[in-house]
Structures are given as C-alpha cells and as structure tokens.
Design a protein around this ligand. Sequence first.
Ligand code: SF4
Ligand code: SF4
Ligand code: SF4
Length: 174
Amino acid sequence: MVDLSKRRFWRATPANKINVMRPPWSAGEDDFTRDCTRCGECIKHCPTKVLNVGEGQFPQLDFNENECDFCEVCVTVCPTNAIDKRHPKTAHFYPKILDTCLTQNDIYCRSCGENCEPQAIQFTYIDNAIAKPQIDLDLCIQCGACVSPCPSTSIQFEANLITKILSNQEVPDV
Ligand code: SF4
Ligand code: SF4
Ligand code: SF4
C-alpha cells in the first residue's frame, strides 16, 4: 500500500517555489507539482533547450542559453494536465535589469534591446550619459530573449510584486 505521507514528502515543493519559472502554459505551482510526474518529456523535446531539471526533479525554465519561442511542443508532449493550453501562457515573471548593466558604467551596449522582438526594451538618455535600457512590462512577452545576449549577465527574471503579495512572500520596500 502506498504511504501517502511519504509521497507528499517527496512531492513537496521548495520553499522558494515562487521564484521557480515553469514551462509556459503550466498549472499554478501547487497544481503543477501535484500533476507533473517528472517524466522529463518536456525537457527532452524542447527545441530551444530552455527547460532543465530543477529542484525535486521538476522541469524549470532557464534563459541563460536561449529563449522560449512558445512553440507549444512542451504542451503537446506533456502526458498530464501539468502543462496544458487551458492554463495561462505565462506566469508573473519578468526581466529586471541589474546594476551591473554596462551602461551603468558608461559603456555603450544595446544587446538586450536588439534581441527584443516586441521592442519592450527602450534606451533613454539621462543627463547626457550613455543611454540606459528600460523595460516596458506591458510589451514584454516573457520570452527571455534578452537574457543570454547580455555580456554582463545583467538581466534576471523575477516574480513581480503582485505575485509576491498574492503568495504572502516578503515584499521589498517601495
Ligand atoms: S514552448 Fe517550446 S521553446 Fe518554450 S519551453 Fe515549451 S517546448 Fe521549449
Ligand atoms: S523577455 Fe522578451 S519581450 Fe521581454 S524584454 Fe526580454 S526580450 Fe523583450
Ligand atoms: S545587454 Fe546587458 S549590459 Fe547591455 S544594455 Fe542590456 S542589460 Fe545592459
């Protein structure tokens, strides 16, 4: 007979689960970790290789090498409801530009903007210094294409404030 308490233990989600990006069209985190059998099919078939094995053997998105082109292959190969077109296409994760951005040190760079298809990254001049990138989150489609071209690894995806509030996480002072 299956020991359910043990099963729950092994399927427990990590404490920082809200900071883990799942494949597009994934169920919410609790449902995802309940329904995903960790079969690895989505990871194996993702053509851009942006899915890897995360904590607890669950699949997670990683934009460090490539972007998601929303090809829907992961939806097609997922044998359960963990990834399904009935769920929202994206979760509340957005790119954030860190202080290590080269333009903060007056070095010219526009790599992120040049790779952003919906032109969500615009460069603005402040006090005649080198133009600095700003992300319009309303235009951002959360594809991750801006992450890998950054020469200083200055773009990081984070759960946004609303997600943190809804999940009762500690929120930063604003
Ligand atoms: S939509 Fe396509 S590119 Fe994006 S994670 Fe799924 S399989 Fe990979
Ligand atoms: S995630 Fe995609 S759409 Fe959003 S800023 Fe980066 S490249 Fe542009
Ligand atoms: S690619 Fe990186 S270093 Fe270059 S402007 Fe964008 S965030 Fe800054």
